[in-house]
Design a protein around this ligand. Structure first.
Ligand SMILES: [Zn+2]
Length: 147
């Protein structure tokens, strides 16, 4: 059964939210090549607020189109952001849904903000979401459905 897309752009990127603060992932867990810092506008659904776009620097593997973000960093930055938007929603669950076009997102920072509908016009869900599993042999990526 087809699921309705939230973002209007074709799905882009793979995403990995790294819950292990001690694992830095300077190499891509999928192809073992060096990752590089890159800033993205992440589309996040926060419990108690709804969707929002937030700028976040993550690690990026261009070959795999994989964005890696540290969960503890994102937790802190989102809490900071929600403290202004919706103090009641601080510390609640959230889901990173996809990315928003950075140019559009930046433009929104300098105007009176964008409507959600406009933001979603320029957003793309992730193609897939990876999970980092730590086992005896170290870490390895495991795929998880985005559905
Ligand atoms: Zn890679």
């Amino acid at each position: 059964m087809a699921r309705q897309r939230l973002g209007k752009q074709p799905a882009r990127y793979a995403f990995l939210l790294n819950p292990h603060a001690g694992i830095r992932l300077s190499k891509c867990p999928t192809c073992d090549r060096p990752t590089h810092p890159r800033k993205f506008a992440l589309l996040i659904h926060a419990d108690g607020w709804g969707p929002l776009a937030m700028g976040k620097t993550g690690k990026y593997c261009a070959r795999c189109e994989l964005i890696i973000v540290h969960k503890n960093e994102l937790d802190a930055e989102l809490a900071h952001c929600m403290a202004t938007l919706a103090p009641d929603a601080v510390g609640r669950e959230y889901v990173v849904l996809g990315t928003m076009d950075r140019k559009v997102w930046q433009k929104g920072l300098h105007t009176e903000g964008q409507s959600l509908a406009e933001a979603l016009e320029h957003s793309a869900e992730f193609k897939k979401v990876l999970q980092l599993e730590v086992d005896w042999g170290g870490w390895r990526p495991a795929e998880e459905s985005t559905a």
